[in-house]
Structure formats: structure tokens, C-alpha cells
Write a protein that binds this ligand. Sequence first.
Ligand code: SAM
Length: 435
Amino acid sequence: MIVSFSPPLFKQRYQFVVEFVQRIKPKKVVDLGCNDCALLKKLKFHHEIELLVGVDINGAVLKDGMYGLAPLPFNYLQPSFSSLNIQLYQGSVTQKDARLRGFDLVTSIELIEHLQPADVSRFGEVVFGYMTPVSVIVSTPNSEFNPLFRGLKGFRHSDHKFEWTRAEFRCWALKVCGEYGYEVQFTGVGQPPPGMLETFGFCSQIAVFKRIRRNDARAQLRDDVGDLFPYTLLYNVDYPSLNDANLLEKVLVAEVLCQTKRLRWGWTGEMAGERDEGLTFCQTDGEKETEVKESQTGDEDGCGEGGHAVGWRDRGRCGGQEKMESWSETRAPEDEEEFGMNGEGLKESYRQDRCVRVPLARLWSCCPRIRALSGSPSHLRRLLLNSRLIRLTEDGAAVLVDDEEQDEEVGGDDWEDTGVEEENRATDLSAMAKK
Ligand code: SAM
């Protein structure tokens, strides 16, 4: 009989783990026998995971696979709020390493059958007795399925030291549970032909373990004495996160500069009688797009996330005063209060000497990304007060932008120092590319 799987069996195993991760949302995950890191590459996209570790005895395959774990340009351009650290270790699952303790989930996909039988109980002791994760997923071939593979003689792979029947797998798993305080459920992936599940079982059998009690204190104490670190760390990478020191501030300041520039262009252009049909504001972070208009100006300045009209809905009206009224129709009264402004204040001239005043309330109201990054009006003001790239009015209610075209100055040394300019430009490019 020819058995084939769609999707391929290995993908079904990974998908099983991915769905488990989506359900239980572990923060710390280690994949034992991770080989070329294929499963880790899928798991790194799950934002609930903060620490993702791979272990394999074969350093060469780890090194081959590890480059696929590096952050992508996108991760720098659009850092997420969550943080992620990925580590790869060369080491054997028969050895205890203190860095692998306290995980939420341990996966061991098609690994155990590569261990010498004598090492299998050692594996149980290390994983369940020493690492004591909350959950463990172990998958291994089901030897009862093998007759369905035409021409298969012996094991499925030359490196397999054994292949268990369902009863043998069950026996090992239940023994582990009794010894180390876990409960287990059995399932699998890779369906046999219809009507044959009871006879042959799944092609890959899977046990999902859940910890029901902790190791007793004495055993814990014994393990703690002289923690060992026999594994070799081959790879360690931190993904950029908005929680990193200063990164959130930098991204916020870049966004504010970008949006103030956009607003200033719109206002000064319209004061001069130019009608900019394309002037729009950014709207990001999953907010529903409304009145989306490709902004020619935005494309050229490379600014923002691509325009989504939020503020000025009446495109026909031109002129500063009318614009301010138009704005005051769309802002929320609470925003005004939070910024210590009133309707009158907003109607005051938004020119000051040779500067344009962009009220923080305005930025807060029309740019969801600024709201998402700062969290509250007071936090927005505090962050901007601390920035040497932003000039606020004395009352701290508005950003002052030069009335003249001085973009080169804005993008001067400070930007290069922070490295944000490149990020910001590239953010814009990637946002445009998404359209
Ligand atoms: N888990 C991966 C997957 O599902 O694609 C790879 C499975 S591969 C069949 C088995 C892996 O276990 C190999 O990469 C091998 O190097 C690793 N391995 C074998 N013995 C090991 C040990 N004692 N400790 C750690 N890894 C081991």
C-alpha cells in the first residue's frame, strides 16, 4: 500500500505544535532535537513566546539552520511590543543544563527514537525530573503503522534505535507520569486510510504531558547544588522590541516629526491656495481603513504609514480657519481636556513667528500610531518633552515646526546618531510596499 500525506507528515507535526502554542500561549519554549530549526522558525512568529530555545547534539545542522532565525528587516522597521530572545545550544538531551529549567513548553519531535534505549530513561529524568516544564509534547513513529509503507523493511530511518508500538509508547509515558508528576494524553498525526485508524493508529504518535505537581523540595535542592551548564551556546539573538530602552521613544519621536511635517505641508500649502487632494493622515495598528487615499505628497516625503484620511473629511474647504473648524468637528472633547485645551484654544492661530504650531491634541486625534505608541496624552507629552528632536510650545500643548522647508536639518546629525532615520524611511517604504 502506498501511503502519502498532505500536507507532508513533518508539516502536520509542526502544525500540531503551533496549534498547541496558540492555545496555551507559552512564554518560554524549548525544542529538543531541533535539527535545522524548522519548527523554531515557525514558532518565532508567535508573539506570546519571549524565549525560544533549540537544542541539538549536532552542531553542524544547528549552524546551517540558525541563520533563518535572525531578525528580518521588517522586525527592525516595525518592532513589536513583545520581546523575543532566541538561543541555540549544542548538547545532548541526556545531560542536565540549568538554563533549560522553568520552561512552559518542551517539544521533542521525532527525537526519542534516536536515543539508545539506555538513554531513554535518562531523557525522562532530564526532561520531566530536572527541567520540569509545564507541558511537554513528545512525538515518535508508531511502528504499527509501518506495514502500510510498501517495501519498508526494518525501521523508517537508519538512525532509529527503536520504533515503539502504541502500547510501548503508552507504557513509557505513563511510567514517566508516575515518576515525575505529570498526566498525559495520546493523539497523533498522519491518518491511515479511512476505517483503519483503530488497527494501525496514526503514523506519528504524540503524547502531550501536563505537569500536575512539582518535584519534591529535596530533589530540587539536590539538583540545585552545583548547577551545570554543559551545553554550548551557538546562537543568541534578541529581537528588537518597543520595550527596549529608548526604542519606543525613538519610534514615537520619528512618528511625531513625520506627522507634524505632513500637517505643516498641508496647512501651509492650503494657506497658499494650493489644494492638496492627497493630504491624508496615517492610520495603522490594525485600525480599519477609512477614506484611503494614496498621498502623492506622502510618497515623496516618504513619511508615515501611507495616508488614511482621519481628520479632514471635507476636502472642499480650504484655508486655515476653516481647517481648524473642520478639525474641531472631529476631535474628542476628552482629548482637549487631557491636553488642557479648549475649543477656543484650538482656533487660535496655528502660526507663531516663523513656526507652525501643531497641537498635541491634533496629533493624538488623527494618528492612531501615535496613540498606540504613547498610550496616553500625558505620556505623549512627557516623552516629547524629553526629546531633543522635538520643540514644544512653552505650555507644552503643541509641537513647533519651522515654517520654512528645512527638512534637511530635521534629518541631520541627530537622526544619524539614533539610527532612526533609516528605520523611519524604510518603515515608509515597507508601508508603501504593503499597499
Ligand atoms: N525535531 C526535528 C524535526 O521534527 O524536524 C528533527 C528530528 S531529527 C529526526 C532528530 C534530531 O535529534 C537530529 O537533529 C539529531 O541530531 C537530534 N538528536 C539525536 N540525539 C540527540 C541527543 N542525544 N540530544 C539532542 N539531540 C539529539
